[in-house]
Design a binder for this molecule. Structure first.
Ligand code: SF4
Length: 829
């Protein structure tokens, strides 16, 4: 019997064989792995009078919001997904992506089992010619490479790269894996290609390297800087619910939104400010200037002049001894060095926003309590991102928003129990002191010659490996990460991965998977048992359990278990550790033991009740700041006054224990920053104005926001998500590049024309739509399209992918990839 005849014998094997043949883009089989009959069988619920309908409480995984879902299955097939009414984030609601989970589960282009590559040539036009193999063979191949590297003393050449994994039972296992195996490159997260610019701006000022939680219910003013609150601000479903609440309560929460085009958020706000890309920091400085000169700052939180006389006068310096700072550090120095001249008139020149709008926004924001200023990628994905972010975040200090009712705080973690075994007991000599200790991380994170202060530099892993600087990777494994497509100028990654043994754990045939040598496919989220601690939302601790709604459709394996199974095959005590760990269910059962002492408000007190309800949470948030005094929850109320030391250890984790306008974190590396960036060492620790750098060689800014149906790339192969992708410029099955009519006219471009966008690193094509809501100097289109793999609906859609023309430039301090910095040219095709 031939190999083909053998695999065609069983239905699952047959599908895997066909899918393997087609995954690389070959068109030799019907529907990439399934006959029409098979596809219909998957798509149709069975007409069975005795059908059993079951509801599984689980957690959505299409974005970091992690909404609770009720998954309805009948005879083992998912037919509906609703928001769980008992879940604090979902509240019975979902965003438009939430009900689409079944499309992900039944995606006909999914990988259906482990496979290995048989075509040694790699590239976007090469069919990998994957062939199915058993899990044993696949795991042996992966572990064999890792053992061989360790035997040669080259374990540093193995890297594990991950994206959206926050659970202790998936990404949480990776640090231990790296520690026991011995590689500085296990694991490298995607945060520098996400929002490290935001996190690091917060680390620099309030000492918390994290996203904020928010008390939207009680806020009366939102100042939104480039954060797409109604498009992509997280947790998205919750943000939309809170928008409804804020905009209908009395008093209504007023909103000023700042962006480069009229998106859904700006259209729904009270004031829309169209800003020149990369200049949000200038606007924030001018708002701060007005708040101070008008005497609107929160004196109980910030402090005041000893005699109560306001000495903030434009252009005039102040004696710092006259001002008594309370919970901020460096206000008067900042004023003297930077802020005294940052008037609305000055900012108007920089940002192109009218002076009166800047002044009115500042007066409204400064005189409304509670108020918050939020920001994301529009602010910090620029070369000056750290300063833009610090300037916006300082506005929150000026109005006393930190830990206040109606303000912002930081998310508490869940009360997990300890892991089943301690990794420290399984460290061999190699893990403790092997040659790998002499090597830097491949991305030069933490290195003086690289990015000393960054969390990660994922965008540089591919380029560095290709250049052999500091060395070449031998083997790279990917979890929920597709940098060949998502990295700026991802073509460099394509070249880099041609010479690396690539292991991809994605369930989907994405671009990085097409470069893979080994596919170890994960379950989709409706098939997984996985913990999912909350993304920051209301601050109190909350963690969730993703409970499988169906038995896995195919021969896939949860990534956490794949990692444990590889670990079991590593020689020495490391293998023993993973045998003791057993599997992810065992890990989760041990984590849930923490709930025995800390039962959740919904009665969850062990693994079984967690599994039944899908979520553990415990209100309230522990801390509150009122009128410049910090209180801790005493069991009944926020009544226990906190000392300065307690505030420092629990809330403002800065060197001074205060909100640092003069950043102690930046000051601690002042020489390095000054040497690498050429910045003034006397000013670089303050929120300062700095012109952004715009590489690319073009004359128009290119901004590629996330939109509601973006789904972090996981919606790329869902036709319904694609059809709804562009909220303001929608079309039928077509996403447009937004261009201002005047800009188009100057270039002889008409509505609907096909155009070419070019930068120094490449060119893409797409169709334009004339839109008066976009700045004349800026082109806007969502970053979702332009896949060259990822499935039948994802592939080949225009406009081309923005990453192909985005220059790989990063903020030297935060490591943030500058996705919105590149300037491009546009011309009619
Ligand atoms: S907001 Fe995110 S987690 Fe919630 S339903 Fe939408 S995609 Fe799912």
């Amino acid at each position: 019997m031939s190999f083909k005849e053998q695999v065609l014998k069983s239905p699952v094997s047959r599908r895997r064989f066909l899918q393997a043949s087609a995954a690389g883009g070959a068109t030799t089989v019907i529907g990439v792995g399934m006959t029409l009959k098979e596809q219909k069988a998957i798509a149709q619920p069975q007409n069975d009078a005795a059908a059993q309908t079951k509801i599984t409480k689980s957690i959505c995984h299409q974005c970091p919001a992690r909404c609770g879902i009720d998954v309805y299955t009948t005879n083992g097939r998912v037919h509906a997904i609703y928001g769980s009414t008992e879940h604090p984030i979902a509240n019975g609601k979902l965003c438009p992506k939430g009900p689409l989970g079944a499309y992900i589960l039944y995606d006909p282009d999914r990988f259906k089992g482990p496979m290995k590559r048989t075509n040694p040539k790699k590239g976007r036009n090469e069919d990998p010619k994957f062939v199915p193999i058993s899990w044993d063979e696949a795991l042996d191949i992966a572990a064999g490479r890792l053992n061989a590297l360790r035997d040669k003393g080259e374990s540093h050449r193995f890297s594990l790269i991950y994206g959206r994994g926050w659970g202790e039972s998936c990404a949480g296992l990776q640090g231990t894996f790296g520690k026991l195996y011995g590689s500085p490159n296990v694991a490298i997260g995607h945060s520098s290609m996400c929002s490290d610019g935001s996190i690091k701006s917060k680390q620099a000022t309030d000492g918390n390297a994290s996203y904020n939680a928010h008390d939207y219910r009680n806020t009366n003013y939102l100042l939104l800087f480039g954060c797409g609150f109604l498009e992509a601000f997280r947790p998205y479903n919750y943000s939309m619910q809170m928008w409804g609440h804020m905009r209908s309560k009395s008093p209504k929460t007023r909103v000023t939104a700042v962006d480069v085009h009229i998106n859904t958020t700006l259209a729904a706000s009270d004031r829309a400010l169209l800003i020149k890309p990369g200049t949000d920091g200038a606007l924030a400085l001018a708002i701060a200037h007005v708040i101070l000169t008008e005497g609107l700052w929160d004196k109980a939180f910030v402090g005041d002049f000893e005699d109560g006389v306001n000495r903030f006068k434009t252009g005039q310096t102040i004696d710092p001894a006259l001002f008594k700072e309370k919970w901020v550090k460096g206000l008067i120095e900042w004023w003297n060095l930077e802020l005294k001249d940052r008037t609305p008139e000055w900012a108007s020149e920089v940002t192109t926003i009218f002076t009166r709008d800047i002044r009115n926004t500042a007066i409204e924001f400064g005189s409304t309590r509670p108020a918050m200023a939020l920001f994301e990628r529009g602010v910090h994905t620029h070369s000056n991102g750290i300063y833009n972010g610090m300037a916006v975040h300082t506005l929150n200090a000026l109005v006393g928003a930190f830990f206040a009712k109606g303000g912002m705080m930081y998310q508490m973690g869940p009360a997990y129990g300890p892991m089943p075994v301690s990794a420290d007991d399984y460290m061999d000599g190699y893990a403790k002191d092997g040659p790998w200790k002499n090597f830097p991380r491949i991305d030069l994170k933490g290195e003086k010659e690289g990015y000393l202060l960054a969390n990660n530099m994922l965008q540089d892993v591919g380029p560095n490996s290709l250049a052999g600087n500091p060395y070449k990777l031998d083997t790279a494994m990917f979890y929920l990460s597709n940098p060949v497509w998502t990295a700026p100028n991802g073509k460099v990654w394509e070249e880099a991965l041609k010479e690396v043994f690539v292991i991809d754990t994605s369930p989907f045939p994405g671009e990085t998977a097409m470069m893979a040598d080994l596919i170890l496919p994960d379950h989709t989220y409706l098939e997984r048992l996985q913990d999912a601690p909350s993304y920051p939302f209301e601050g109190y601790p909350l963690t969730q359990l993703r409970v499988p709604a169906v038995t896995p459709l195919y021969d896939t394996k949860y990534y956490g278990d794949t990692l444990i199974e590889i670990g079991k095959r590593i020689k020495g005590p490391m293998g023993e550790y993973y045998k003791q760990l057993k599997d992810t269910e065992n890990v989760l059962r041990h984590l849930a033991k923490g709930f025995e002492k800390n039962p959740g408000d919904n009665g969850v007190n062990d693994f079984e009740s967690w599994k039944e309800k899908g979520v553990w949470y415990k209100k309230p948030y522990f801390w509150q700041q009122r009128d410049g005094v910090f209180y801790e929850w005493d069991g009944k109320d926020y009544a226990t006054v906190m000392s300065e030391e307690e505030v420092k250890s629990k809330l403002f984790k800065t060197p001074s224990g205060k909100f640092e306008i003069r950043s102690g974190w930046l000051e601690s590396q002042v020489d390095w920053i000054a040497e690498k960036t050429g910045r003034d060492p006397s000013k670089l620790m303050f929120p300062i104005w700095e012109e952004p750098k715009h590489p690319g060689g073009g004359d128009l800014y290119m901004v590629t926001p996330k939109v509601a149906l973006h789904a972090e790339g996981r919606g790329a192969n869902l036709p319904v998500a694609i059809s709804l992708l562009q909220p303001t410029m929608g079309g039928r099955d077509q996403v447009y590049i937004e261009i201002h009519p005047e800009t188009a006219k100057q270039r002889n471009i008409n509505d609907g024309d096909q155009v070419k966008l070019k930068s120094d690193v490449g060119e893409i094509k797409g169709y334009v739509r004339l839109y008066e809501g976009v700045r004349p100097d800026t082109l806007v289109f969502p970053m979702e399209h332009g896949h060259w793999a990822h499935g039948r609906w994802a592939k080949g859609r225009e406009p081309g992918h923005s990453g192909e023309i985005t220059v790989n430039q990063s903020d030297r301090i935060t490591g943030q990839a500058n996705y919105y910095s590149t300037k491009v040219t546009i011309e009619k095709v």
